[in-house]
Design a binder for this molecule. Structure first.
Ligand SMILES: Cc1cc2nc3c(=O)[nH]c(=O)nc-3n(C[C@H](O)[C@H](O)[C@H](O)COP(=O)(O)O)c2cc1C
Length: 371
């Protein structure tokens, strides 16, 4: 039987991936209050080292970008030391790992931020509805402060500094989070960027200015080959509105094509078929995520994307949470574990590192105590 495309190796720059399956970034709230990843985070990612590439959960580059309590950071020496334990464990298990840098922008609440202040975004437009805050609570969202030019320049510097910290912590590269309603996405979307300056809504060039500046600055600092970008054009998550994503994202992708970035990670959705529309404008490596706001990505979904040439690699989110050995399961056509939805966002090992690998029945694994 010929091997399927998902299970064939791929060269991503100097990294040799044993398969084309990428673990998608997923927030899990397993950090200490200061943003240092807990020891159990190293176990979690090491268990998943058979993925071609792991992209971590979103990590705030600076406290100004913190969008949730007990999300991890990459700002301090404690953070670097904590993440070094993670990258060492993943590399020792034969894996490869990028850090996702996620600046929350308007996302966030004083009750969920170490600074305790109101977050800032491109414009003073709040997230609709109540938001999750620390310790499982909910609160009305706050109206963010509109970023000054100096805030914008500082956000670029913060991404650069966090990217350098990521390399110091042993990551193979960083993925800049330009998707799913966070800061970079807020500059791109219609309703969150009402600015009239050179970072604003007047022209497409203005709208993409901040995203392009961040990507270029990080690529200059750590190398384009170690810098990836994630985009989710048209994703309405957390009240994002993009009436016509095509022109904005085509321009953005064209502006970045040719920089030699490690990859573009595109999430497709029902509102806008990003993979089909943008492929022609991007000549570098493309990672597809086809599950956003849909059923969890299946093996068949991934194979179809590869077969039709819409991407080089496919990222899997929920299936990787529940199946630490997903490539092996695909290889053997084995059943998948069900996801434990009750513990996605709790802080310990339960529902995190206790999913059994193939051949080990649930419950017989040594439990790593909750931390
Ligand atoms: C628990 C959870 C947390 C997530 N956190 C992030 C995140 O931090 N950064 C990000 O870019 N996407 C995040 N996502 C989106 C996933 O990366 C992925 O796009 C989504 O799960 C769809 O893929 P799937 O169908 O394979 O699960 C998250 C998804 C889940 C289920």
């Amino acid at each position: 039987m010929p091997t399927t495309s998902l299970l064939t190796p791929y060269s991503l720059g100097h990294l040799r991936l044993p398969n084309r399956l990428v673990m998608a970034p997923m927030t899990r709230f397993r950090a200490a209050e200061d943003g240092t990843p807990l020891p159990v985070v190293a176990d979690y990612y090491a268990q998943r080292a058979s993925a071609g590439l792991i992209v971590t959960e979103g990590i705030w580059p600076s406290r100004a970008g913190q969008s949730g309590w007990r999300m991890p950071g990459l700002e301090t020496m404690e953070h670097i030391i904590g993440w070094r334990g993670v990258t060492k464990a993943v590399h020792a298990s034969g894996g490869r790992i990028f850090a996702q840098l996620m600046h929350g922008g308007r996302q966030g609440h004083p009750l969920s931020r170490l600074t305790g202040d109101i977050p800032a975004g491109p414009s003073s437009v709040p997230v609709p509805g109540p938001v999750h805050v620390r310790d499982g609570g909910k609160a009305d969202s706050v109206t963010p402060r509109a970023m000054t030019r100096e805030d914008i320049h500082q956000a670029v510097r913060d991404h650069v500094s966090a990217a350098r910290n990521a390399i110091e912590a042993g990551f193979d590269g960083v993925e800049l989070h330009g998707a799913n309603s966070y800061l970079i996405h807020q500059f791109l979307a219609d309703n969150t960027n009402l600015r009239d300056d050179e970072y604003g809504r007047r022209t497409t060039e203005d709208r993409i200015r901040f995203p392009v500046e961040v990507v270029k600055a990080v690529a200059d600092a750590i190398g384009a080959g170690r810098t990836g970008l994630r985009l989710s054009p048209g994703n309405p998550q957390f009240g994002m509105e993009e009436a016509a994503p095509g022109p904005v994202y085509r321009n953005l992708v064209r502006a970045l094509d040719g920089l030699g970035l490690a990859y573009l990670h595109l999430t497709d959705n029902d509102a806008y078929p990003a993979l089909t529309d943008l492929r022609a404008h991007w000549h570098g490596v493309l990672i597809a995520n086809v599950g956003e706001n849909r059923e969890p990505t299946s093996r068949a979904d991934g194979e179809a994307v590869l077969l039709t040439g819409r991407a080089d690699l496919v990222s899997y989110g929920r299936a990787c949470i529940a199946n630490p050995d997903l490539p092996h399961r695909f290889e053997r056509d084995s059943a998948l574990n069900a996801i434990n939805g009750d513990h996605l966002y709790t802080h310990g090992a339960i529902g995190y590192t206790d999913y059994p690998p193939l051949g080990i029945p649930a419950g017989s694994q040594e439990r790593i105590e909750s931390v």
